[in-house]
Design a protein around this ligand. Structure first.
Ligand SMILES: Cc1cc2nc3c(=O)[nH]c(=O)nc-3n(C[C@H](O)[C@H](O)[C@H](O)COP(=O)(O)O)c2cc1C
Length: 176
């Protein structure tokens, strides 16, 4: 994969995350790792003047196995894929790494760096370093109807803000 600068990245963040989906992945070969599909998240800027880097926000429910790795690790990655891998993303979003070797079963191949991992088949990878982690809290909802619709079990998502340290692309399959 090729490393690019943030200025070179031209994507629609709404369709990229909301329609194409992404894999949130954390861990490494020695300490263990896991991944999960996500379609909720944001790309933008907060504290950029301090870090000089843009950031990504992800939302993870407490029961996800992937959360244990995101909590433990300093880094997480967001991997985006060509459309032909949507079935694999559906699989990784419907099975838990607690129950099976779901990465192997999805047919995707994981690549390891020292502090993070991502997927060989991805066309875009954002490497994020955790800056902030907090739970969505019930009191914070201005529109309370969101609670009934999304949280009948009150299992509120936890949000993680990560500064985007590296961007890798592999646009041989289709445009980003
Ligand atoms: C399209 C799609 C989007 C999803 N988005 C999220 C999300 O943003 N946050 C979340 O906590 N779970 C989300 N999920 C659910 C997790 O991917 C799913 O529960 C997964 O099996 C968790 O795997 P794990 O237990 O191995 O971490 C999504 C699932 C799908 C199919």
């Amino acid at each position: 994969m090729k490393k690019i600068e943030i200025e070179e990245l031209i994507i629609n963040p709404f369709t990229k995350i909301g329609s194409e989906w992404m894999l949130i992945t954390a861990g490494n070969k020695e300490r263990g790792f896991n991944t999960m599909t996500a379609s909720w998240g944001h790309l933008g800027d907060i504290w950029g003047s301090k870090t000089g880097k843009p950031s990504a926000i992800i939302y993870i429910r407490p029961q996800r196995f992937t959360k244990e790795f995101v909590d433990e690790e300093e880094y997480f990655t967001l991997s985006f894929f060509p459309s032909k891998y949507k079935k694999a993303l559906s699989y990784l979003g419907a099975h838990s790494g607690r129950d099976e070797n779901k990465i192997q079963n999805s047919g995707l191949n994981i690549l390891f760096e020292d502090d993070y991992c991502y997927f060989k088949e991805s066309k875009l990878v954002l490497v994020c370093r955790k800056l902030y982690h907090s739970s969505i809290v019930e009191d914070g909802f201005v529109d309370k109807s969101i609670i009934d619709k999304n949280y009948p079990k009150k299992d509120f998502h936890e949000m993680y803000i990560g500064e985007i340290m590296e961007i890798y692309t592999n646009d041989s399959d289709e445009s980003l």
